[in-house]
Design a protein around this ligand. Structure first.
Ligand code: NAD
Length: 481
């Protein structure tokens, strides 16, 4: 298997990957290491010409790739996983640097991403027989669309990229991966590795600035956009895809509620909920973002939660003990700081953290817990996407369900109780694409995930996600003329 030495200066340059060739662009740009605010290496800024070349290569490669037996395509994905694994250490370093991930988070993302490739390679879309009698057979099969594009945000650059690439390519599409301008590095290296495994044109990776996404959504030879990012951008993507009637999956923002009932063992539950609310410094679509705690246990719960979150170390990329890293980029840092600045203005009670007095290098913010703010406050209504959450008091079951659902978002939601039946009853009334009882943010490569309401359209992952990379074809066979 090829190994890329990311510490070798000749290999620490970054290229687009088109038709299995490493290509450069006239202009380049540099992203920023969020732990230090230092500039990282130059990366390509793709133009219309680069997009046209990538689409043409993917379009040319499509018929032969589609016609390969399913098992052969699965074999390529497994060999890709092996080739990625050879480069694990270097890729992990790169991910820590560009995404501001402490070691445990970067290692966790890459390990899950690898298992995503391997688990997805085991899946298969089978023909479904609907009717079969002496006269006729009617069935449904799933046929690939053509050239697919994955547009990826900066928070989970590898996992979210692989989660689209593997399903697209396994089901017979060819693929263009567009990473976020804030975190393009690992994706570009993964593109180089893909070029050493897949036939030319099957996988391309294009880096660029914010003009690149619209070039892809407008391109007439692209059949599908699978987009993960903010709800605001998702709406733009949906509008742009209408002109060419592209197939579309949208994985958008969240504002996940967790409802904690009065019968839980507080000391156990805070150990789980604390990290789940602050994982990747709150920059995960499915982090717990509104925490509703029953009034009977509220004071005890809040106190215990503060202790748990206090024990989570904040540190930069490479800090082996850190749990929380920095906010990933200056744009997001500005947005989250604006929310922190509301604390004194709105008079929110602070249980932990609060507005930082000063700041050094790196986009770090103290983990912050707001004690029972009003339901209509920004910290409850908006997705903070930073290390700050509100804890809210509840007393009546129907009322807390209404409050949890009182949002345009519908990504995930959880209920915590020792009474599983009661918890399930509550959870089934929650309007979200994933609902959990006594956990949150539990995912598996073969279980679909996606959002209801403004959190998305369609689903990624598993058989359901893979069907999204295909057209459904009804096939009719008359057994005699
Ligand atoms: P974003 O919407 O700003 O950008 C996402 C991607 O879209 C980037 O690659 C960006 O370059 C590209 N883009 C920007 N404008 C575009 C346009 N007009 N057309 C096409 N592409 C365009 O999101 P972000 O700030 O990178 O990510 C944070 C958001 O992503 C949060 O809201 C978070 O909840 C959401 N998210 C959702 C999921 C999910 O699975 N539902 C997962 C992770 C993140």
């Amino acid at each position: 298997m090829p190994s890329i030495d990311l510490h070798d200066p000749t290999q620490s340059s970054f290229f687009n990957v088109i038709n299995n060739k490493l290509t450069t662009t006239k202009e380049t740009r540099q992203a920023v290491n969020p732990s230090t605010e230092e500039l990282l290496e130059p990366v390509p800024v793709s133009t219309q010409e680069d997009v046209d070349k990538a689409v043409a290569a993917a379009k040319d490669a499509f018929p032969a790739w589609r016609d390969l037996p399913w098992e052969e395509r699965a074999g390529y994905i497994l060999r890709y996983a092996d080739a990625v694994e050879v480069n694990l250490a270097g890729l992990q370093d790169l991910l820590m640097k560009e995404a501001g991930k402490p070691v445990s988070n970067a290692a966790g993302e890459i390990a899950f991403a690898l298992s995503h490739l391997r688990e997805t390679a085991k899946l298969k879309l089978e023909e479904e027989v609907i009717e079969d009698n002496d006269e006729r057979r009617a069935s449904v099969r799933y046929v690939p669309l053509g050239v697919g594009v994955g547009i990826i945000p900066w928070n989970y650059p590898v996992l979210l990229g692989f989660g689209k690439l593997d399903a697209a390519v396994l089901s017979g599409n060819t693929f263009i991966w567009k990473p976020s301008p804030y975190s393009p590095y690992t994706a570009l290296k993964l593109g180089e590795i893909a070029a050493s495994v897949f036939p030319p044109g099957v996988v391309q990776v294009l880096s660029g600035d914010e003009s690149l996404g619209p070039l892809l959504t407008a391109h007439p030879d692209i059949a599908k956009i699978s987009f993960t990012g903010s709800t605001a951008t998702g709406k733009k993507v949906m509008k742009a895809c209408a002109d060419t009637l592209k197939r579309l999956t949208l994985e958008l923002g969240g504002n996940d509620a967790a409802i904690v009932c009065e019968d839980v063992d507080v000391s156990k539950v805070v150990q789980k909920i604390g990290p789940m609310a602050f994982l990747h410094s709150g920059q995960i679509c499915m982090d717990i973002k509104r925490l509703y705690v029953h009034e009977k246990i509220y004071p005890e719960f809040l106190k215990a939660l503060v202790e748990v979150v206090k024990s989570l170390k904040v540190g930069g990329a490479g800090d082996t003990e850190a749990f929380l890293g920095p906010v990933q980029n200056s744009m997001q840092f500005g947005k989250v700081c604006d929310l922190y600045s509301e604390i004194p203005k709105q008079g929110w009670e602070v249980a932990l953290g609060g507005v930082p007095e000063s700041r050094g290098k790196g986009f770090f913010l103290p983990p912050t817990i707001i004690d029972n703010p009003p339901d209509d406050s920004r910290i409850v209504v908006e997705e903070p996407f930073g290390p700050i959450i509100p804890v809210l008091k509840w007393s009546d079951e129907e009322e807390v369900i209404r409050r949890a659902n009182n949002t345009n978002m519908g990504l995930g939601a959880s209920v915590w109780s020792n009474d599983i039946e009661r918890a399930q009853k509550i959870s089934r009334k929650l309007e979200a694409g994933s609902i959990w009882v006594n956990s949150h943010f539990e995912l598996a490569p073969y279980v679909p995930f996606g959002g209801h309401k403004w959190s998305g359209v369609g689903m990624d992952w598993g058989i359901v996600g893979m069907k999204g990379w295909c057209n459904t074809q009804a096939t009719w066979v008359r057994k005699a003329i």
